[in-house]
Ligand binder design. Sequence first.
Ligand SMILES: Nc1ncnc2c1ncn2[C@@H]1O[C@H](COP(=O)(O)OP(=O)(O)OP(=O)(O)O)[C@@H](O)[C@H]1O
Length: 342
Amino acid sequence: MGAVITAEALTKRFRRPVKQAGLSGSLKHLVRPRYTEVTAVDEVDLSIEAGESVAYVGPNGAGKSTTIKLLCGIIVPSAGRVRVCDVEPHRHRSRNARNISVVFGQRTQLWWDIPVIESLRLIGDIYSVPAADYERNLAEMVDVLDLAPLLDVPVRQLSLGQRMRCDLAAALVHSPTVLFLDEPTIGLDVAVKAKLREFVGLMVRERGLTLMLTSHDLGDIEQLCPRLVMLHSGRVLYDGPYAELTRRFAWETKITSTLAAPPGGRPEEAAADILGVTRAELHDLTTLNVWFDMRVTTYGAVISGIVDRFAISDISVEEGDAEDVIRRLYSGDLKFSTEDVS
Ligand SMILES: Nc1ncnc2c1ncn2[C@@H]1O[C@H](COP(=O)(O)OP(=O)(O)OP(=O)(O)O)[C@@H](O)[C@H]1O
């Protein structure tokens, strides 16, 4: 099967007003408005095949939501090309809407005051789902998501986990080709998270659903998405297998040393002086954490540098893994060079 989602040099720029603080700032802005331009999505290339599950990750402000909005046709690109199921989303919004579904962990698409089953029926009607397809779809989702006790309950009376299960069912009533999940497991307990992931995985396997997921939850990514697209400042920083992230980015390794006694002077500076060390921190008087770049030095050289400078009673090494890379990406702590940005 061919690509379901394609983006070529997809770019979205926003104009943001520049205002000085206070009343005079607001008045000046009224008289002579000034704007600055923000490039939220910057020449992004993407090609996602039917049935693929892709995690779309990046720190706050990286451009994830803006990309999803472009793919949903809610906003118009400033430059570049985008197609979802052979439709230009912003030009044919309702045709695009038939092919996609979006679930936001923070918001519901169900009607707050009416029973869940009524919402599902309404969605079926809006999308003109044939009655037999609707019944078959509903029966499968009620079964797999264990919805039977919830169908007659108004949405406002549901717990977050119950509501998310219903929201997922609602998203799939019209059998979309593409599902966008935005932080689907935020705030859910471990058991509900597991159930949701299992359900989404099943839909991908059985229905050939194409999944694009944004999540801060590494479990979601690890369990659902073999492929990961990492975004930073609107640009694609990495696009490849989840498993290869470590080789590419986890070159920073940590050595934790327990010092025999609290060191005098400036221990962090002394440690940072060792070739290849990227940073050093002292905790609880005698715990010294040193991070180094595996591409420029070796464990042996760094350990001997530490031993030369400090009296050590214990030492341990912690290699980075994919989880660590993503955690550092989200915290803004991931170090990468401009060559990393494609
Ligand atoms: N309507 C808008 N007007 C002006 N700037 C915007 C608008 N929407 C987004 N931006 C800016 O575009 C950039 C990307 O925002 P976006 O919401 O896509 O990031 P994100 O990766 O989804 O972040 P988060 O994880 O915080 O949701 C940010 O700098 C944001 O301030």
